[in-house]
Design a protein. Sequence first.
Length: 559
Amino acid sequence: MTTAKTGNFIHNIIEEHLRSKKYDRVHTRFPPEPNGYLHIGHAKSICLNFGTALLYGGLCNLRFDDTNPSKEEVEYVDSIKEDVRWLGFDWGDRLFYASDYFERLYEYAVQLIKAGKAYVCDLSPDEIRLYRGTLTQPGKESPYRSRSVEENLDLFERMRAGEFADGSKVLRAKIDMASPNLNLRDPVIYRIMRATHHRTGDKWCIYPMYDYAHPLSDAIEGITHSICTCEFEDHRPLYDWVLEAVNIKNPPQQIEFARLNLSHTVMSKRKLRHLVEKGYVSGWDDPRMPTISGLRRRGYTPESIRDFCERIGVAKANSVVDIAYLEHCIREDLNLRAPRVMAVLRPLKVIIDNYPGDRVEMLDAQNNPENPDMGTRRVPFSRVIYIERDDFMEDPPKKFFRLSPGKEVRLKHAYIIKCERVVKDEQTGAIIELHCTYDPETRSGSSADSRKVKGTLHWVSAEHAIKAEVRLYDHLFLKDNPEEDEDFTSNLNPNSLEVLNECYVEPEFAGAKPGTRFQFLRQGYFCVDRDSSESGLVFNRIVSLKDSWAKIAGKNAGS
């Protein structure tokens, strides 16, 4: 995979670093915490970190910042690796874990204690918060801040040996309790936690804090540019302090960019985990979720997500991107690659009375008019077909150009038919079937086909159709910003999923494998779900055909 220069402010900084010889290379990293599945916001970071390394002929590591075993699982590690690969990036032999460096991180902590820059504190978590002060008031020094180096070394070693209870002691950096930046008010850098780690087991009962382990892990790996989102901007002084305090030469440069916020969803792993654990969705890969695995299952392509990340660009100011823009990118991608097929989601039976009952024609159908190289297929046509129930109205308004009593429409790739009679259920009055006639001189593509009608409908042959389940997905939340209310789940869309069990699709679908994408004519783009089997096809709607973003963009371009 290649990338082109985008001229964003991060690349401008890197180019200045290369010109000034601050660094003679570019080495980035993508450092997720394995405490949940990645979402579309992480995709932006993946594309930026790996893409920047590719752009400058450098390297990018994949590193798991696994410093909190109480929330981390191997499942998350495996899913993250799968997501990065699926997006098209390769970390080569540069797969690392912060836990690889636990011994070195411990040694750096000892170095800080010996230099008088760290101390063991017995304050409780609540007391530490109280002593910390506020944005307008300085903090108060811990009564344990003046412990001697010897006492701190002894206590820290005994913390590691497991002599003390969880939460009874912490190791804190000794910086400045009056600093206007709260992150510098003697932050905790080690805590006691008896939790089994997914890689180191029960070897450790003390674990480094993220803000301590992260900069040192970057330095150990030789990272030049530590690219992260803007919520870490206030943490940068602590990032720099840690590296300076342990005498790291030519340390990495932290650069912050605006995180991706997407409308009609939430982008917090904590909130996404809540949706999963409380059963609001079927799992992390529910196609309504903004997770990369959810988007993949829904049918999004890695190309469309990379295109989306490139188009939205890299900025310093936070903003919310309309989810319609993401939908526009997948439409553009699938427009050229997805074969067109016919599927009837809400079927209405049509009997063509003057078509021979024992006759079956194989009609030619173009697979993709936008891409002639995709060729054609053969579609069976017979006396009994299904059309969409919404394509018939018994008493239509003036500009209804679909089927109605006495009116004609063209069947896509086939003939013009005319509705002659409507059959209803005697009990309910519901329409059961239509009886029509066809004009044999109007076969699509034939030299005799000259008559024109305004409406064209998709259809499937009842005899040859394959029954399928279709899942229609809508936005997970009703509001653009679902977090406006205190309880974000109050904005969940009750109609975000509609399951249709009586759908019929062309026999072309037989044997379609999970992940295969199609455009259902007049319906939208769909993907075969992983739940499909030989006994039944299941389709997810990726996106509808309507592209509101393209219309908005076109209108703005012409103004």
